[in-house]
Design a protein around this ligand. Structure first.
Ligand code: OGA
Ligand code: MN
Length: 295
């Protein structure tokens, strides 16, 4: 396996191995897992991807999430992000599928609004538009390390509240349904996720974060916005331009990502698998004191 760095400090393209190698061989998994802990975003090109091969690869990293109510693929291990409607035609720009993609164009980390947050997401490009439709990543580990020590200390002991409704409301009132909202009550997480393997902390932020525990609501939201702006400073991102056969995997503990727009008449179809964070991934240290969790 060869690793081609993509950006200073994060992102790597892995060459010389396939999803099937990782699914089948412990040594290949161990090598990719080590690269994942270091690089946060891994790119595999020219893969022969099916739902089965994607899931077999994904399962190596931990338990796959079951897709929530209201998303395409609900009840399975796949999230389908598509603009192709049931009739095979591209949906109009105000269609729910298209609006969902818009919400993905806000900087976020996957599943911070769930009671079990995500370790990793694995996204494969199945139908790729001719123009645009890239996925952009930043390292919230590097963003954390850019902050001054006093701010870092404070954030390590701060907790933020995350809610699915918050990010969806930024796109359109009512985009999140009452069914989704009742399945997804607000969650509180530490604002810095420390990687148990290398000890490096990363800002845990997302478009879903709406308040900081113990802070005035407006001040807390302002802090979240300022940290997001700093974490996504121009020139710090890796922009993945999709080609057929690409699979991109990212560490939701140490990155934020967003989709980039593309012309509404062009089809785009992507399939995501998402791995829940477990104790070995440091999730227990992210939970707030019981006093807060019970609110
Ligand atoms: C995702 C996501 C952005 C994109 O799959 O979690 O945010 O570019 N995707 O489709
Ligand atoms: Mn996402």
């Amino acid at each position: 396996m060869e690793i081609i760095p993509l950006r200073p400090g994060f992102g790597g393209e892995l060459r010389g191995l396939t999803l099937a190698d990782v699914a089948a061989h412990d040594a290949a998994y161990q090598a990719v897992r080590a690269a994942f802990e270091d690089y946060s975003v891994l790119v595999f090109r020219n893969q022969d991807v099916s739902n089965e091969s994607q899931l077999a690869f994904s399962r190596r990293f931990g338990p796959p999430e079951t897709t929530k109510v209201g998303s395409l693929g609900t009840g399975t291990h796949f999230v389908i992000l598509t603009t192709i409607g049931p009739d095979g035609k591209v949906v109009p720009p105000d269609h729910r599928y298209a609006m969902r993609n818009k919400a993905n164009q806000l900087w976020h980390t996957d599943s911070s609004f769930k009671s079990v947050p995500a370790l990793a997401s694995i996204l494969s490009g199945r139908t790729i538009p001719q123009n645009g439709g890239e996925t952009e990543f930043v390292s919230t580990r590097l963003a954390f390390e850019r902050l001054d020590p006093a701010t870092r200390d404070k954030l390590e002991n701060s907790f933020a509240w995350h809610h699915y409704g918050h990010s969806r409301r930024k796109i359109a009132e009512g985009l999140a349904t009452t069914e989704e909202l009742s399945a997804l009550p607000p969650q509180c997480w530490r604002m810095v996720w420390k990687n148990p393997v290398n000890g490096r902390g990363a800002l845990y932020l997302a478009s879903h974060a709406y308040a900081v525990e113990g802070m005035d609501p407006i001040e807390g939201e302002k802090l979240i916005d300022e940290l997001t702006v700093a974490a996504t400073a121009p020139g710090t991102s890796y922009v993945h331009g999709w080609r057929a056969g690409d699979v991109v995997m990212w560490d939701n503990r140490a990155t934020m990502h967003r989709g980039r727009p593309w012309p509404a008449h062009e089809a785009r179809h992507m399939v995501r698998t998402t791995i829940s964070a477990t104790a070995i991934d440091g999730v227990e240290s992210m939970r707030p004191p019981p006093r807060l969790a019970a609110e």
